[in-house]
Design a protein around this ligand. Sequence first.
Ligand code: FES
Length: 107
Amino acid sequence: SKITFHHPGGQTDVLDVEPGTSVMRAAVTHGITGIVGECGGQAMCATCHVYVREPYLEALPAMGEDEDEMLDCTATDRDDTRSRLGCQITITDALTDIEVDLPESQV
Ligand code: FES
């Protein structure tokens, strides 16, 4: 599986990942700048904010209440359709590849 991170400056990072890995965990493990993951994946910090690209939006897991509330606390403005928490997006058989844009800031 593959996660593609698009940085605000235009560079991209592509990671090969195993199913069961979250977008946040993959980024932190591989030292991708632009994702912090301060709370360790509890949907309690909003420092793993990403903007999911089409056509991957449809394959995402449903948004939980905690995630929805945290997304109102992001450092860079929430987008009504594309904003998600990277720690709440896990690579699975239903979502093998994803591309996300990183926000300008996480803190
Ligand atoms: Fe804290 Fe995702 S890592 S909300």
